[in-house]
Design a protein around this ligand. Structure first.
Ligand code: SF4
Ligand code: SF4
Length: 440
């Protein structure tokens, strides 16, 4: 079996058997215009406007962008500044729900008879990488040289502890997954492989049943290791191909789509309903009744916690899993397009272990799926030597957290990776500016 580093992280899939329950309608929703990679969407409504469910409220502002739709009917309260959990300033639209959930009158399935119409539908659907990446899916599927694509990989690996929303997609949205596969086969005609870790027998069984009689589609059982869901790791595990530095999956003939992304595209093509809600896993030691929740995009995560029995002694709240998630200041932040889970941990689980000196055991090197040397990167960062950060290729780090997970000295290696990247970028910008000045 092919393997690129990785670790045996505890699964803690407490909610795998929890069929998603629908969140009661929130009083208001907040829709940031930056819920994707690329240019923020441009608001097309103003305070006081009445909007309906599925109505466009933010239009895509370029090729690498994505439209935003209202998940409730009601009145626009404000269009104003918003700070994302990553600290970036953007615009957000706040909408007060009228409790009616009136559907927008223009909702209808798009006409999709050829590849161009399919790509337009994907653009209009508002779907972005729902596995967490948030990259606009239409951009990913816009392939200039289709004959160079050999595989479309459907990412059903859900390797971070706790998260089970993709598992539920495979179990509960099987028809939309099937429709999505049909669309890909029809318009791309490529081999499709669904990758699922072997420790998820139920989704594997359901997907195998689904694809048993479909030509050109198969299920691949991945190792039960974290991070199998990382794009480059998935590609290597299934095809044996390595995406070279600075290149994209397309450069090795592969397109990767998350399984929930695929189901959301199929839903739009079938019903005309754009992306307005998400299945979110709500878990962690401070959550009284962990479960999967279908929440309108923009709903405050506070509502999700309350729906799960409330919080008890919460000290830390995360968007995302414990390996790659981002800590948020409080529970007022909204569910975003790419929110798969929200976790809340009590004091014991939120506490950071004491850091001790590196013992140069090399475990971080063995665990790194990108074949980096985290201990050397840490030293380069501490010495403020950006030229060494370049040599050690910190830019390739996917911030998966495997190095920190295995480190017996509990070094804060992921934080070091995150801080090293801007240090390297600033150094490279200065080098470039220096070279350009010499040429002039
Ligand atoms: S795993 Fe930790 S202690 Fe071991 S070499 Fe890496 S940084 Fe040092
Ligand atoms: S966080 Fe970066 S350096 Fe650490 S294991 Fe993951 S890819 Fe490697």
């Amino acid at each position: 079996m092919r393997r690129l580093g990785g670790v045996h992280a505890p699964h803690r899939k407490n909610t795998a058997g929890s069929k998603p329950e629908r969140l009661p309608l929130p009083k208001e929703i907040v829709l940031p215009m930056s819920m994707h990679i690329g240019a923020p969407a441009k608001p097309v409504v103003k305070a006081g406007d009445q909007v309906a469910v599925g109505q466009l409220v933010g239009e895509a502002a370029g090729f690498v962008s994505s439209p935003v739709y209202s998940s409730v009917s009601g009145k626009v309260k404000s269009v104003g500044d918003f700070i994302t959990s990553a600290g970036q300033k953007t615009t957000a639209i706040t909408i007060e729900s009228d409790g009616q959930q009136t559907l927008w009158e223009g909702l209808k399935p798009p006409a999709v008879t050829n590849l161009d119409e399919f790509l337009q539908a994907v653009r209009d659907s508002g779907v972005v990488g729902l596995g967490g990446a948030g990259f606009p899916t239409a951009v990913k599927l816009t392939v200039k040289e289709l004959d160079k694509v050999d595989y479309i990989l459907i990412n059903g690996a859900e390797c971070e502890p706790y998260i089970t929303s993709d598992t539920r997609t495979m179990l509960d949205e099987t028809d939309f997954v099937a429709e999505g596969i049909g669309l890909l086969r029809k318009f791309f005609g490529k081999k499709i492989v669904i990758g699922i870790e072997k420790n998820k027998p139920e989704p594997i069984r359901v997907m195998k049943d689904l694809t048993a009689k479909t030509e050109g589609v198969e299920v691949f059982e991945l190792p039960g290791l974290y991070p199998q869901g990382g794009e480059k790791v998935l590609i290597y595990s299934i095809t044996g191909r390595i995406v070279p530095e600075g290149k994209l999956p397309l450069d090795v003939g592969v397109v990767v789509l998350n399984v929930t992304t695929l189901a959301a595209i199929a839903r739009y093509v079938k019903t005309g309903m754009p992306l307005i809600e998400k299945c979110v896993t709500v878990d962690g030691s401070a959550v009284k009744e962990p479960k999967n929740v279908i929440a309108p995009i923009g709903a405050p995560i506070k509502d999700l916690f309350e729906f799960c029995g409330g919080l008890e002694g919460a000290e830390k709240i995360l968007y995302g899993g414990p390996m790659m998630g981002i800590a948020v200041p409080d529970d007022s932040v909204p569910v975003l397009k790419n929110t798969n889970d929200v976790l809340a941990f009590n004091k014991k689980d939120a506490a950071l272990p004491e850091e001790t000196p590196c013992i140069r055991c090399g475990r971080c090197v063995k665990a790194c799926p990108m074949k980096l040397m985290p201990l050397n990167i840490e030293t380069a960062y501490q010495l403020k030597k950006p030229e060494l950060l370049e040599t050690y290729k910190v830019n390739l780090c996917m911030e998966c957290g495997c190095c920190a997970f295995v480190c017996p000295a509990k070094r804060r290696l992921v934080q070091v990776m995150k801080l090293s990247k801007p240090m390297l970028k600033s150094y490279q910008d200065k080098q470039k500016a220096g070279k350009e000045a010499k040429v002039q």
